[in-house]
Write a protein that binds this ligand. Structure first.
Ligand code: PMP
Length: 360
């Protein structure tokens, strides 16, 4: 078997151990005579998986007991609407604009006719940094950040301290470093980058926020509905939750979120060193103090698209895929989520060094 190194932004690489475990039990799930895919979401067989995933998140991510852990559907994009639907109370809501995904979230809040304030933005410098002048008001209904900007490759190094509840879109860096839950009230993420398959959205919410929702909000769009039924109000994405459970077990086997975070720092440093030591052949999109440990976006000779395509094609030929940058900024992007191995990053760095020497 030959597997590629998948540097795609998401869906993205999944630990081989997880895929092999899922394969082993795909047809007959631990002697149950059927696949987990075929099991009722009300069965004991599924219930164990469901509860194990919730408990593993609580343990590995050190989620306090006053938070509920929910599995929803509709992707992270549905959260852009659900957050204001559930948390807005008629006052102002405040956002930091750090890229396309923040902008989409802001748009959804505006659609709901809310008083939306963008307190800081890095749009004017093509989202190359996390703004330093973030000032949230104490009396906002909620405040909102995108912890990691998948396209531009920027990441908050520390969450802002806020009096108002802080909402974090952690779609592209969930489970990649420990969270200070004193600073966060709602964290959400689509699972398809660091947590398994598309189709599951993880929402971790402070229970205090559940009662804010207005009577006019439809049942399925209320966090409270799902919290009260342990995410079994309707049929959850059972196979995705099973894979999530396996991914969490894999994180545990690697020493937990703290150990995975250390490894992520090491991988990112290797790539950024390759960029910084290339005599300007490669240039990183993000300012140094805002660099993402998950998505490394860079250009060649300040945007030589011919050379950039040449490297993407060369990489593909030798088994490294998904390196083309997002269409909105071009260049290259290496997504190095938890499941990307050190060996994968080493192989990419080696190719980049060689390519730089040959094309200076
Ligand atoms: N937020 C961020 C930071 C993302 O990277 C993405 C997807 N790339 C989304 C939200 C949207 O996720 P989904 O496709 O699950 O709606």
């Amino acid at each position: 078997m030959s597997r590629v190194y998948n540097f795609g932004a998401g869906p993205s690489t999944i630990p081989l151990e997880v895929l092999e475990e899922a394969q082993k039990y795909l047809v007959d799930f631990h002697g149950n005579g059927m696949s987990i895919m075929e099991a009722s979401h009300r069965s004991k067989m599924y219930d164990e998986v469901h509860n194990s995933a919730i408990e593993s998140i609580r343990e590995l991510y050190k989620v306090p007991q006053n938070f509920d852990i929910l599995f929803l559907q509709g992707g992270a994009s549905t959260q852009f609407a659900m957050v204001p639907l559930n948390l807005a109370m008629g006052g102002k809501v405040q956002y930091v604009d750090t890229g396309a995904w923040s902008a989409k979230a802001i748009k959804e809040a505006k659609i709901q006719g809310l008083d939306v304030e963008v307190v800081a933005s890095s749009k004017d410098s093509s989202y190359d940094q996390i703004p330093s002048n973030i000032e949230f008001s104490d009396d906002a209904d909620y405040t909102y950040i995108t912890s990691n900007n998948t396209i531009y490759g920027t990441q908050f190094k520390e969450f802002p301290k806020t009096k108002a509840p802080l909402v974090v879109d952690a779609s592209s860096d969930i489970f990649s470093y420990p969270i200070d839950w004193d600073r966060v009230d709602l964290l959400f993420a689509g699972a398809q980058k660091n947590a398994g398959l598309s189709g599951v959205t993880i929402v971790i919410i402070n229970k205090d926020l559940l009662d804010r929702v207005k009577d006019s909000v439809p049942t399925m769009f209320r966090y409270k509905t799902h919290a009260e039924k342990d995410s079994l109000f309707n049929t959850p994405p059972t196979f995705g939750i099973y894979i999530l459970d396996l991914v969490l077990k894999w994180i545990k086997s690697k020493g937990g979120v703290e150990a995975v975070a250390k490894n992520n720092e090491k991988k990112a440093a290797m790539l950024y060193d390759a960029i910084d030591n290339s005599d300007g052949f490669y240039t990183g999109h993000a300012k140094k103090d805002s660099r993402s440990l998950m998505n490394v976006s860079f250009n060649i000779k300040d945007g030589d698209s011919e050379l950039e395509s040449k490297l993407v094609n060369l990489a593909t030929k030798v088994g490294m895929i998904g390196l083309k940058g997002h269409r909105s900024i071009g260049g290259l992007r290496a997504s190095i989520y938890n499941a990307m191995s050190l060996e994968g990053v080493e192989a990419l760095v080696e190719l980049m060094d060689k390519f730089a020497k040959e094309n200076k």
